[in-house]
Design a protein around this ligand. Structure first.
Ligand code: CMC
Length: 383
């Protein structure tokens, strides 16, 4: 018998060369196309980052204007998509409704057989432009509110917040939501990007591939972690309950959502950025509910650092501090995963198109450990 080595969860396996993103998990560093994430978070905006990921360089003024106008042109969704939103919102998790809508978007593609780079980039623009509209409409329908149509005078992420809340965001909220879009835009060959690539590697179309990405993002080990982390903070309820809750959870071998990462064995640099912005935001907020959530988050982080970070390398990831921040922006927790999908659409499509330049079908192996040559017993003679 052949001796095989299994890499559970494909840990440590490289699947492709890429120029999109570098993660230094030992030192907790991250670059998009060579630009440090902290610099992009402070100085850039989501439109620019999406362009950078898709086209490989930061846009000049003209390129930015054209790209921005294309995104704005594509924000609207058809009446059929609105019908799907009305039909399913509230009956399933918003990420499931989003997945269904994105799947339906493929029916508007005039020529699916056109697999040129230009046609695919157009598809990426449409997907990036439409997802925030769909998500805002799902969020409003679930709460019994009417749709708010997109506003061209607002940026990509500000327009999302406007379509969701019905209010034009102030400067601070506009920066925070854009920050979250930037920080979630790309992250190497994570599970959802990988499944996008697996689907794409069969030479399936762009829509099929990103629907696989949206589906993969759904679980609490990946895109659902921030929602789960916030639910934990809410279950803790009072800051003074924090330490006991965490200790009991760890004693019961439970995972603390928003902690740990396959690649980072240091503080997730995105979590550091979120924490920094959150702290300055907290100085201006007077909302006692937000203050409570943040105190719980800080106390939980401190305890986890003593218990797990230094000994086991389990540090906070981006999802730990996202919940209080989104809550402060009036975003309900069931929309966290869809928002992640909306921003990651840039990373998914950029990876997909890069992979297609040198495509090879993904076809790993599994190690069969069952029986062989089993006798076939007719149905009436079986036990
Ligand atoms: N809380 C408590 N213990 C943990 C945690 C956690 N959040 N994460 C890992 N561990 C422990 C785990 O129990 C195991 O311990 P032992 O060796 O004693 O059995 C050890 O650390 C290694 O865990 P693992 O499951 O082999 O690690 P992994 O690389 O497969 O898991 C992970 C990575 C992200 C799935 C995991 O850390 C986790 O479940 N975290 C919580 C979910 C989460 O926050 N996910 C978001 C990730 S970042 C954003 C994104 O990409 O979506």
């Amino acid at each position: 018998d052949e001796k095989v080595t299994i890499s559970k969860g494909l840990e440590g396996i490289f699947i492709a060369d890429t120029t999109l993103c570098k993660i230094d998990g030992t030192n907790g560093k991250l670059w998009y196309r060579g630009y440090p994430i902290e610099v992009l978070a402070d100085k850039s905006n989501y439109e620019e980052v999406a362009f950078l990921l898709l086209y490989g360089h930061l846009p000049n003024r003209h390129e930015m204007d054209v790209f921005d106008a294309r995104l704005k042109d594509e924000r609207e969704v058809s009446s059929e998509i609105k019908e799907i939103i009305k039909m399913y919102s509230g009956k399933a998790h918003p990420n499931d409704v989003l997945r269904t809508c994105v799947s339906a978007l493929s029916t508007y593609d005039d020529d699916m057989s056109d697999r040129s780079k230009e046609a695919n980039l157009e598809r990426a623009v449409k997907l990036i432009a439409k997802l925030p509209t769909i998500i805002a409409m799902i969020g409003r329908t679930m709460r019994g509110k009417g749709f708010v149509e997109p506003d061209r005078s607002l940026s990509h992420s500000s327009n999302f917040l406007y379509m969701l809340t019905g209010k034009r965001p102030d400067k601070e909220s506009a920066k925070l939501i854009d920050l979250m879009f930037i920080l979630h835009a790309e992250h190497g060959s994570n599970a959802s990007t990988f499944s996008t690539l697996v689907t794409g590697s069969t030479l399936a179309d762009t829509y099929s591939a990103v629907v696989a990405g949206i589906a993969t993002l759904r679980g609490p080990l990946h895109g659902g972690a921030d929602e789960a982390a916030l639910n934990m903070m809410k279950a803790i309820g009072e800051p003074d309950n924090t330490e006991k809750y965490i200790e009991d959870a760890l004693a019961g071998k439970q995972r603390i959502m928003g902690f740990g990462h396959r690649v980072y064995k240091a503080y997730d640099p995105r979590a550091k950025v979120v924490y920094k912005y959150l702290q300055s935001f907290m100085k201006t907020t007077t909302d006692p509910q937000i203050e409570k959530l943040l105190e719980i988050a800080i106390r939980a982080e401190k305890l986890m650092e003593e218990k797990l970070s230094k000994t086991k390398g389990i540090w906070p990831n981006i999802d730990f501090f996202s919940g209080p921040l989104y809550t402060a922006m009036d975003i309900p927790s069931d929309l966290f995963t869809p928002i992640f999908a909306a921003s990651r659409m840039a990373g998914w499509t950029a990876h997909l198109f890069e992979y297609w330049e040198n495509n090879r079908l993904f076809r790993p192996l599994d190690n069969y450990v069952g029986k062989l040559d089993v006798e076939y017993v007719p149905i009436d003679k079986r036990q």
